[in-house]
Design a protein around this ligand. Structure first.
Ligand SMILES: [Zn+2]
Length: 200
């Protein structure tokens, strides 16, 4: 009985110190950067800038998620080759690349998840968890999960690209430029990662 009590004390101490749960390192990759602006939407909104802001907000909000440690592939406005992105993501257990979408049709809107071609099922599971949270939080259109030949395929970890909305849709562009909306998206991504970790 004393051994059990002692064991429980140690477990609760470990919980208090936050070291009983394994830490998951998540590489957050803000797409584009530097000379590579990505798409430019209405009101001169730059894809590279909005995804970088959301990446920083994910890193900031991650303090509320003790199991998650975020690393950013880029922290500022610089261009990175796929090889440099791969190198920056070394040591991560999960990778999420952030992008925005563009269309000639201004009505096109919504969030899409992309997984690398021949993705492992864990990438699909991560994509589903992220999409569920993002759609519930933003109430935009769910455009589903699709396959694409992404640089992420060269990582041997669950990896997803999120296209977080259309900068060519006036309403979505206006929201994506707002800090409150960017924060909501960042929060939803962290909740999605948390859901994925709980069920895997
Ligand atoms: Zn992009």
């Amino acid at each position: 009985m004393r051994a059990l009590a002692c064991g429980l004390l140690i477990v609760s101490l470990f919980n208090a110190w936050g070291i009983s749960q394994p830490i998951t390192i998540v590489a957050i990759d803000a797409g584009h950067g530097g000379d590579d602006t990505g798409g430019i939407g209405i009101d001169d909104l730059y894809e590279k800038e909005i995804v970088l802001k959301i990446a920083h907000l994910i890193a900031l909000e991650a303090v509320h998620f003790p199991r998650i440690k975020v690393i950013l592939t880029r922290r500022d406005d610089r261009s990175l080759s796929p090889a440099e992105r791969l190198a920056a993501a070394q040591g991560a257990h999960l990778a999420i690349s952030l992008h925005l979408d563009f269309s000639y049709d201004p009505r096109a809107r919504g969030i899409t998840a992309l997984v690398p071609t021949n993705a492992q099922s864990s990438s699909r599971a991560l994509a589903e968890a992220l999409r569920l949270r993002l759609i519930a939080s933003t109430r935009t259109l769910d455009r589903g999960t699709h396959q694409a030949p992404l640089w992420l395929r060269r990582l041997s970890i669950p990896a997803v690209q999120l296209n977080l909305g259309f900068l060519t849709n006036p309403e979505e562009a206006r929201k994506l430029a707002q800090l409150a909306y960017q924060r909501r998206v960042a929060q939803a991504i962290l909740e999605g990662i948390n859901d994925f970790l709980r069920s895997n």
